[in-house]
Each structure stands twice: as structure tokens, then as C-alpha cells.
Design a protein around this ligand. Structure first.
Ligand code: PGA
Length: 258
């Protein structure tokens, strides 16, 4: 069975004091759940708060992730953060979020380079894929998402592929309050994402890779996603900024065992 994984993507929110408050509250709420090893929990703050968040979760099994990183290992890349720098504080890194693709011109090629660079530092990449509203309305989600999977996993070995976590995030569902349906997300993940992984690596790898759903996940709607057979957790944006809400979403991971 695949261990459910719930990750909070804080995006460009919080400051040092509010970040510490949030993590302290989550730590109290979630330490027992994290310690049980039944649900993997990850917090992805902005880069500058990684050290503080890492320090605060020390001694718990709550994981820390970055929201991005550069693929080069060092040098004259003003303003960028290297994989080894992320690895000093984090175990995970979100790669290819649609906001990075849209506003910062990331491509399947740069996503692939970042995945390799992350794996070289033993970071676990959370690789985001998902279609725009237009693509969805034209009925081209399957071909789009398959293309993104092929691009992201290009030339990765089966062993490397197994280490990845994929987040299916339809762009039209992100921050809109209009989440996909559980059945709809499950179909894209089961057919398009695991289908593309089957083409690339065969059934065993396709069944081993964990795939999250993301896009307007809340404490109210998480159950609809978590009970789906092909959905292994959630990548949570807005709702990860509130301790009660995010804790409830993490606890919903236990529904996988019912
Ligand atoms: P949202 O964001 O939960 O605020 O829709 C999800 C994401 O972009 O990861």
C-alpha cells in the first residue's frame, strides 16, 4: 500500500512570527499522527523560512519541503537557490508548480533538470502537472497530462521514478474554490498519469508512485479525494495556512486505512 502524503504549499505567504505560530500549532496537533508513520506530512514554506521551520519540527516526523530550486549546483546565478542548499534544511521539493510554469517560464525541460538535480541530493521531488481551463474544456486533459509526465520523467530510471511524488493540480481548480470532483481527479490520475507511467516503466512502477490531488482542497472536501483508489494524498495551498484546517486535512489521510 502507498503511504498517504499531505503537503502544505504556503506559496508566498507568512512571515517569521506567523510561520512560527503556525508550525507550533501544527506540531502540537500533528506530532502523534506524524509519529504513527501512517500519514506523511510535509510543510513547504518560502525559502527564507526553511531553517526556522526545520528547527521547529525537529524531533517530530513532520517533513519540510521547498517550493522550488534551481538545477545548477552552484555559481553565478544571482537570486537562485541550489539543490544542496535546500537539502541542508528540507527532504522534499515542489517542482514545476503551475505558477512557476506560468509566471516564471518553467518548461517540461527545466522541470526534468530540476528533478534530476533534486534526486542527486536525495531530495524527494513533488512534481506538479495539470491542465489549464481551456485544455480541460477542449477535452484534451489526457494528452496534456501524459505529455507533462513524459517530459518530467524523461530519461529517469525506474528506481528514480519510484522516488517521485506527482501532484495532479488542474490549474482551473487552484485557488478558485472550484475543486475537481473526486471521481474526475481519480480518473485523470488513474488513466492519464498512471497510464503514462505504465508506458514508461510498466505497471509495477506506475502503481508504486504516489500521486496527490491539488486544487482548492479543504477540510470539507478532502474526504472526497482521499477515498479514491488512485489518489494518495493532497497538495494543499490556501487551506495549509490555517492550523485547524490543515490538521484536519492531514488526519483525513487516515481514511485510506478504513
Ligand atoms: P489551493 O492551491 O489549495 O490554494 O488551491 C493548491 C496549490 O497550488 O498547490
Amino acid at each position: 500500500m502507498r503511504t498517504p502524503i499531505i503537503a502544505g504549499n504556503w506559496k508566498m505567504n507568512m512571515q517569521l512570527a506567523t510561520a512560527a505560530e503556525l508550525v507550533t500549532a501544527l506540531k502540537n496537533d500533528l506530532a502523534p499522527l506524524a509519529a504513527s508513520n501512517q500519514v506523511e506530512i510535509v510543510l513547504c514554506p518560502p525559502f527564507v523560512y526553511l531553517p526556522r521551520v526545520a528547527e521547529l519540527v525537529q524531533g517530530t516526523r513532520i517533513g519540510v519541503g521547498a517550493q522550488n530550486m534551481y538545477f545548477e549546483s552552484k555559481g553565478a546565478f544571482t537570486g537562485e537557490i541550489a539543490p544542496a542548499m535546500v537539502a541542508d534544511f528540507a527532504q522534499y521539493v515542489i517542482i514545476g508548480h503551475s505558477e512557476r510554469r506560468q509566471y516564471f517560464h518553467e518548461t517540461d525541460e527545466s522541470v526534468n533538470k530540476k528533478i534530476r538535480a533534486a534526486l542527486a541530493q536525495n531530495l524527494k521531488p513533488i512534481v506538479c502537472v495539470g491542465e489549464a481551463l481551456e485544455t480541460y474544456e477542449m477535452g484534451e486533459t489526457d494528452i496534456w497530462v501524459r505529455g507533462q509526465i513524459h517530459g518530467a520523467f524523461k530519461d529517469l530510471t525506474a528506481a528514480e521514478a519510484r522516488a517521485l511524488i506527482v501532484a495532479y493540480e488542474p490549474i482551473w481548480a487552484i485557488g478558485t474554490g472550484k475543486a475537481a470532483t473526486g471521481a474526475g481527479a481519480n480518473a485523470v490520475i488513474g488513466i492519464s498519469i498512471r497510464g503514462a507511467l505504465t508506458d514508461l516503466y510498466g505497471e509495477a512502477v506506475a502503481q508504486a508512485v504516489r500521486v496527490q490531488y491539488g486544487g482548492s482542497v479543504t477540510a470539507k472536501n478532502i474526504d472526497e479525494f482521499i477515498v479514491q483508489p488512485d489518489i494518495d494524498g493532497a497538495l494543499v495551498g490556501g487551506a495549509s495556512l490555517k492550523a485547524d484546517e490543515f490538521s484536519a486535512i492531514c488526519r483525513a489521510g487516515l481514511k485510506k486505512f478504513e
